[in-house]
Design a protein around this ligand. Structure first.
Ligand code: PHE
Length: 468
């Protein structure tokens, strides 16, 4: 999670009552014919236009906007031909079904406990801030990561491993690679010492599982230590057990990434036969220790793929199995799908334009053929902040939400282009440039002017700024 500034304002006043989301209803556990457990919550899994049936009483934490609420109903992963679905399927297919249960969580609202507390997030962790997280109210959020389901999966799934893919929500800037909704995959694996005679036998059991994983032909740069002060082993954990878990984790993810990148189309003859290069670096997550990230060398740069680590024992304790040990990983699907399918703009994944959707078939990685981009246009908005307010107390993400509420996907990008403080009055002026562009048609000037007016009004209404 990125570091955030402390929370500031909610977009809704506490009296607004947002009719949002069905309750987190009980889940159904069922054993499939292959003997696998599947978790499926008792809710519809198809895209739906129905309003949410549960009302979350809004409070001073509420900051989910109606357009975000609308996006929770799109469920892109239910379309098997969507590039994100194909990528999910490719990754899933690398994990044996007998070992890893595929769990579904179609509803995106989770409790603060699931998203943060159960995962060992400290109370003052910046990821909890409402400048970065969408809160339904003080107790419920739109999940910011698929890790929100870790405890439930470790608790309820019978197989030693699980996989989850779902939509996640973070308040963020708008640009080519950022969108307030994206998709993540989560995986976990555990071992139980039950019935094992000695630590040596336990380690041998984990190592035997590691040996079963095919060794991929890739170049691996790993200069990390098994653990050290900056990336510590958990108190009380046997170092050899920690290392055995780590080896299984790293080998698994190396096998997955090699399989995924076999699908990439490489135009450059010189690069075609080069082995894929990956590297491991240290990382920090509240729910794993030690932790790492895996990066892939791609297009001249290191692209972050997985965050992962040895699961914190508190997670297993919260799941009711304090004696178990294991690992977890997470990855974002969009950036990888952009590389695999050659999709240049993250908003395209949300396009309902047949010229986008009809290009893809289930299970096949094909190169996106650009259709003509409709012309865009920009408008600048300049305003004085209230007397006494500084540029630091005005949050870009608050402006982004107003822009998104007013213009949705017709905004390509919004950026601050100027700020200054008047030498005499001491008041601060900010200027933002907003690029309007549609993926589906040419925008009319009048239309853009109207959108601009709505944004201007939103800014004065919500923040009391004085337009210039
Ligand atoms: N949830 C983390 C993120 O969103 C990724 C992660 C998952 C890291 C599982 C470790 C283990 O960045």
């Amino acid at each position: 999670m990125r570091l955030l500034r402390p929370c500031q304002r909610a977009l809704f006043s506490p009296n607004d009552s947002l009719s949002l989301f069905k309750s987190v209803s009980h889940q159904i556990r069922k054993v499939s014919s292959e003997g696998n457990t599947e978790i499926k919550r008792a809710r519809d899994t198809q895209p739906s236009d129905k309003p949410f049936s549960k009302v979350y009483a809004a409070d001073e934490w509420t900051n989910v906007t109606p357009s975000i609420e609308g996006l929770t109903r799109r469920r892109l992963l239910t379309n098997p031909a969507h590039p994100l679905s194909t990528l999910k399927q490719i990754i899933f297919s690398k994990f044996p079904e007998s070992e890893y249960t595929r769990a579904e969580f179609p509803v995106s609202q989770v409790s603060v406990y699931e998203n943060f507390d159960s995962l060992h997030f400290p109370k003052d962790h910046p990821g909890r801030s409402k400048t970065d997280t969408y809160y339904l109210n003080k107790d419920y959020v739109l999940r910011t990561h698929t890790s929100a389901h870790q405890v439930e999966c470790f608790r309820d799934i019978i197989t030693p491993g699980f996989l989850v893919a779902a939509d996640v929500y973070r308040r963020d800037a708008i640009d080519r690679t950022h969108y307030p909704v994206f998709h993540q995959m989560e995986g976990g694996r555990w071992w139980s010492p039950e019935g094992v005679e000695s630590v040596e036998d336990f380690i041998a059991k984990i190592n035997a599982d590691t040996e079963k994983i095919p060794r991929p032909e890739i170049t691996i740069i790993d200069e990390t230590l098994p653990f050290h002060d900056g990336n510590p082993i958990q108190q009380g954990q046997d170092p050899a057990v920690c290392i055995a878990i780590t080896n299984h984790l790293k080998r698994t993810l190396e096998m997955v990434v090699s399989g995924v990148f076999k699908n990439v189309v490489i135009d450059d003859e010189a690069l075609k036969d080069q082995p894929l290069q990956i590297r491991w670096i240290d990382a920090t997550f509240p729910f794993t220790s030690p932790s790492w990230e895996m990066e892939v060398f791609w297009g001249g740069d290191w692209l972050e793929i997985f965050g992962c680590g040895v699961t914190h024992q508190e997670i297993f304790a919260n799941a009711g199995y304090p004696e178990r040990v294991g690992w977890a990983f997470g990855l974002g699907l969009e950036r990888l799908a952009m590389v695999l399918f050659g999709v240049p703009d993250i908003r395209l994944f949300w396009s309902q334009d047949p010229r986008f959707l009809n290009q893809f078939v289930p299970g096949v990685v094909s190169q996106f053929e650009k259709f003509s981009k409709y012309p865009g246009t920009y408008r600048d908005i300049a305003f004085w902040l209230k007397q006494g307010e500084t540029a630091d107390s005005f949050y870009d993400n608050d402006l982004m939400d107003i822009v998104r509420e007013s213009a949705g996907d017709l905004v390509e990008d919004a950026q601050q282009i100027d700020k200054f403080t008047h030498p005499k009055t001491g008041r601060t002026s900010l200027c933002y440039r907003i690029r309007f562009q549609s993926m589906e048609r040419t925008l009319l000037n009048e239309e853009v002017n109207e959108l601009q007016e709505v944004i201007r009004k939103g800014l004065t209404d919500k923040f009391g700024v004085e337009l210039r």
